[in-house]
Design a protein around this ligand. Structure first.
Ligand code: GRG
Length: 307
């Protein structure tokens, strides 16, 4: 396969994502129930408000595609797929809080704190984060314990201070001073605040599916590239679409002058860098031939997406 060449003609990514998303939706509904007496119902309502509010479900699709590519099954991958969506959702809930980005809309709906208040929104995020780890540990079936342990450790590292949290802290440090950011700084922010979770999705899915250490390294590099491209495209969409089209508060990122690729290198360069990263990522998977088709198509989707 040549990088950026269309993947297998008979593979339909739309159908693939819809099928995986439907399976993930049903599993999330089961794992995060609509109340669990005698525990306070409001926390379940707040978690589900954000978790079951739509979303493209890219991270769970990456988990399942990576697991299946190396010989694992969707069933093995499902707790990890749901856990990744739960961590992603908690990061959105916290990101939207007044103390962070202060957004009123997310996924086309009022944000969690707008409906349930700041304290419950904070706690809903905390519960989703904690339960994502216990979900992987408790519900992963038919996978040797050392793989489950390795994947939990990897997720923790990529979510904490060396990952998502580190990226968010740096992002906040540049708020209002985006035009002083270097390419190195904006790359740090994007690799940590966004790519880290896509890396965890691909790496953990493959780890659960039985990938060798060498395969895991190849897949880590693939995921880091598509993850960085994902946030660059997000910057491009933010700069070129209205808030309504994006399902969030209009013009927010522009108004607070964040450090973005578009601000540092401009629109055209940003698009070109994202395209190049996707091409390089796809080339990494050449040894997998046709088995890589779903992951390759997901990589293409990242640059082609419109929301
Ligand atoms: C992890 C403890 C802990 C704290 C979180 C708030 C925070 C620290 C990080 C914020 C990270 C963040 C919001 C990054 C933006 C990532 C991004 C591009 C989100 C949009 O993802 P999509 O397009 O959204 O996949 P949907 O709604 O489709 O799921």
């Amino acid at each position: 396969l040549v990088a950026n060449e269309p993947v297998a003609a008979d593979f339909n990514l739309g159908k693939y994502i819809m099928a995986k998303a439907a399976a993930v939706e049903a599993a999330l509904d089961k794992y995060v129930p609509n109340g669990l007496p005698p525990h306070p119902k409001v926390i379940f309502d707040a978690m589900r408000h954000s978790l079951l509010a739509g979303g493209k479900r890219i991270r769970p699709a990456l988990v399942i595609a990576a697991c299946e590519m190396v010989g694992g099954t969707q069933e093995m991958a499902m707790p990890t797929a749901c856990a990744l969506e739960m961590v992603h959702t908690m990061s959105l809930i916290h990101d939207d809080l007044p103390v962070m980005d202060n957004d009123d809309f997310r996924r086309g709906k009022p944000t969690c704190h707008k409906v349930y208040g700041e304290a419950i929104a904070l706690l809903a995020g905390d519960a989703l984060l904690a339960e994502s780890f216990s979900l992987i540990a408790k519900e992963t079936k038919g996978v040797p314990a050392d793989r489950v342990l390795k994947s939990i450790a990897n997720l923790g590292t990529l979510v904490g201070s060396e990952g998502l949290v580190g990226g968010q802290v740096m992002d906040m440090a540049y708020e209002g001073k985006g035009d002083t950011a270097t390419l190195e700084a904006v790359e740090y922010i994007h690799i940590h605040k966004t790519a880290a979770l896509l890396e965890a999705a691909v790496w953990n899915g493959a780890c659960i599916g039985g990938a060798s250490d060498q395969e895991l390294e190849v897949l880590r590099r693939f995921a880091q590239k598509i993850g960085l491209a994902f946030q660059i495209i997000d910057d491009v969409l933010d700069a070129t679409m209205t808030g309504e089209q994006l399902g969030k508060t209009a013009g927010k990122d522009e108004a607070v002058a964040k450090a973005t690729y578009v601000r540092v290198v401009g629109l055209e360069q940003s698009r070109a860098i994202a395209q190049r990263l996707i091409a390089e990522a796809k080339a990494d998977l050449a040894p997998y031939g046709a088995k890589a088709v779903p992951l390759l198509a997901l990589a293409d989707f990242i640059t082609a997406r419109t929301n």
